[in-house]
Design a binder for this molecule. Structure first.
Ligand code: GLY
Length: 396
């Protein structure tokens, strides 16, 4: 933990860093995705000197993600701590977004029209009815709609839609805009972006005065970036720096289509042939279609089968998508954990923290993760809801 006396008032601009590559930072964040950049931005705004190291900042899993902020429609039966974490972070999104838009001067395409979860057959509808009953026991707001009501909300839906659930509290955002805004805001707050690949946490050999902190990180080039604290936010690559960390890559193939603005107005999801499919519209006519879930390690190939299945399932939900342009196919690696909760907090050695393992929800969970990591770094109060994310929970 850093000496709280060093943490200046949250001015949003005051930096006073003057720390160079060689002289050391208060904090180095490994990983320039939505989690790493959110942590770095919030930490820099507290007046600490912060560097982010990433070979391609803003280019990882977040870049291909759909940007759903959907704890309600993504709820699962055994994961209430994850739901509570997601709801807490969703509640933080309006102020996070307002500050990010204000500081970067860029709009995030943040939308709050909810998710429409649709069903075809009687079996699908029975499943959604069960889900709605469960969601209500958790105090979540969902509305049961007929097929006609679903199509009134979204006229492009298939005529065979039998009914659905509307989760009005779900939201979504354009993740690429979020990344750009974070990069701008982080640099405006005095942060430093260092392109490079971290190969190890570096202990002591670089002259760390107290001998018990990490000292910094070592890059593939051999250089050392010195820092008092290190935050590992390297997604699926985090175990290469923290061996034994239970994070694995879960491959997701995802597509982007482009059509007329307003083709869809809210997130649409449904179970098709037993697999969940979703379509996420943007204000500019882009529609993100996702996503496969594959346990194939770091297999970065977009496959014919993956694209076929995504388009087939999306067409079942919204037949008119066959008229749209297919503008992008991509692969991302969700950082999965054994219980689907992220790893946020002290990670073994003094001064080393994890902010990783966010699986399907990195964009949603970025605000609460950043708040928690800033608290860990500065001796502030860590939100209770984050206590379920202790990185050491699997070794006890
Ligand atoms: N949260 C969407 C996905 O992981 O595909």
């Amino acid at each position: 933990m850093l000496d709280p006396r060093r943490v200046r008032a949250e001015t949003g601009r005051e930096t006073g860093h003057g720390t160079g590559y060689g002289s050391g930072y208060d904090v180095v964040v490994v990983g320039g995705g939505v989690v790493g950049l959110s942590v770095a931005w919030r930490t820099a705004r507290r007046g600490l000197s912060v560097a982010v190291v990433d070979p391609a900042p803003g280019g990882g899993a977040t870049h291909v993600s759909a940007g759903m902020l959907a704890p309600v429609s993504e709820v699962t039966y055994t994961e209430e701590p994850l739901l509570r974490l997601g709801l807490a972070s969703l509640a933080g999104w309006p102020s996070f977004r307002a500050e990010l838009e204000d500081e970067s001067g860029a709009a995030l395409d943040y939308r709050t029209d909810g998710t429409l979860d649709i069903a075809y057959g009687a079996d699908d509808m029975a499943y959604l009815d069960e889900l709605a009953a469960f969601e209500k026991t958790l105090g979540l707001r969902v509305e049961r709609l007929t097929g006609r009501e679903c199509r009134a909300f979204e006229p492009m839906l298939s005529p065979s839609v039998r009914g659905g659930l509307l989760a009005r509290d779900d939201a979504w955002v354009n993740p690429r805009r979020v990344l750009r805004a974070l990069l701008t805001s982080f640099e405006k707050a005095g942060g430093t972006l260092l392109p490079g690949r971290v190969t190890a946490l570096d202990a002591d050999s670089d002259g760390d005065a107290d001998g018990d902190r990490p000292g910094g990180v070592r890059l593939a080039s051999g250089e050392v970036v010195r820092a008092t604290s290190v935050v590992v936010a390297a997604g699926s690559w985090s175990p290469s720096l923290l061996p034994g960390l239970p994070v694995r890559p879960i491959k997701g193939q995802i597509l982007r289509l482009r059509g007329p603005e307003g083709f869809l107005t809210r997130c649409v999801r449904g179970l098709v042939h037993g697999s969940p499919a979703y379509l996420v519209p943007r204000g500019d006519g882009e529609i993100t279609v996702g996503a496969t879930v594959e346990e194939l390690g770091f297999d970065g190939r977009v496959t014919a089968g993956g694209v076929y299945e995504l388009l087939r399932d999306a067409r079942e939900l919204v037949p008119g998508i066959t008229e749209l342009a297919l503008t992008e196919t991509a692969v991302g690696f969700r950082p999965g954990t054994p219980d689907n909760l992220p790893l946020i907090g002290p990670a073994g050695s003094p001064g080393v923290f994890a902010a990783t393992g966010h699986h399907r929800a990195g964009v949603l969970l970025a605000p609460i993760t950043a708040e928690a990591v800033v608290a860990f770094l500065t001796g502030g109060e860590v939100p209770d809801v984050v206590k379920s994310c202790d990185p050491g929970r699997f070794s006890r």
